[in-house]
Design a binder for this molecule. Structure first.
Ligand code: PGA
Length: 253
């Protein structure tokens, strides 16, 4: 079985001191043997990237950011570029999270620009897609996710898809305590895989990692990980609680 990817999205939480405390607990609690089954990634806020990077040195835990800007540098107050993330030690970057789409005007077009910039700089993108509750109720959720994937990957070559990760995160499941069930997750993973197959080929579809995100915790992770097509999880709230995050890792069979 291939390795899962367990990614913690800290969102806008934890100052530098709190980040240090969390990372110390994670590095102490995640034993070497756990890495046989998964890669572990943490995505702190920008301000904690450097301290996290230095604390992770010599460990197998990887570092990612939660966003980037598509320009190389310049007059873009408040933004952070791909090369800045690289210099802070990032290997991954989350792109197109629904909170960014919802609150910060991120569109399929900006998501696409960000993905291109990440790939150009050898940052591994974690593209987030997922439907709202209304879109699910209206029965258009498959089309919504398919269109999000297609728009995000416009102009991306098959070769660039080598290290690509897509997180299926239904908006109605994020931070609500209400996770999607196995049937819903495997159905959406199939849609995503088929879309990649259609855009590229079956090899690209098979090599793609598809994570599930939305209220993953140590009570539901075992079932989620045993769901067809789930290659890991993008975890928000539970990634801030070291015991919960470690238990999620331990629940991989
Ligand atoms: P949650 O967030 O685990 O708190 O639901 C997941 C995410 O937004 O990536």
């Amino acid at each position: 079985m291939r390795k899962k990817l367990i990614a913690g999205n800290w969102k806008m939480n934890l100052n530098i001191t709190d980040s240090e405390v969390l990372i110390k607990k994670l590095t102490e609690g995640i034993h070497d043997s756990y890495f046989d089954k998964c890669d572990v990634l943490v995505c702190p806020p920008f301000t904690s990237l450097m301290v996290t990077h230095s604390l992770l040195r010599g460990t197998k835990i990887k570092l990612g950011a939660q966003n980037l800007h598509w320009e190389k540098d310049g007059a873009y107050t408040g933004e952070v570029s791909a090369t800045m993330l690289l210099s802070a030690g990032c290997e991954y970057v989350i792109i197109g999270h629904s909170e960014r789409r919802q609150y910060f005007g991120e569109t399929d077009e900006t998501v696409n620009k960000k993905i291109k910039k990440a790939l150009e700089n050898n940052l591994k993108p974690i593209l987030c897609v997922g439907e709202s509750l209304q879109q699910r109720e209206e029965g258009i959720f498959k089309l919504v996710v398919e269109n999000q994937v297609k728009a995000a990957l416009e102009g991306i070559t098959k070769e660039q898809m080598k290290d690509f990760v897509i997180a299926y995160e239904p908006v109605w499941a994020i931070g609500t305590g209400l996770n999607a069930n196995s049937d819903q997750i495997s159905e959406m993973n199939m849609i995503i895989g088929d879309t990649i197959g259609e855009l590229y080929d079956s090899e690209a579809a098979v090599s793609l990692l598809i994570l599930y995100g939305g209220s993953v915790n140590d009570k539901n992770s075992e079932e989620i990980f045993s769901t067809c097509g789930v290659d890991g999880a993008l975890i928000g709230g539970a990634s801030l609680k070291p015991e919960n995050f470690i238990n999620i890792i331990k629940s991989i069979k």
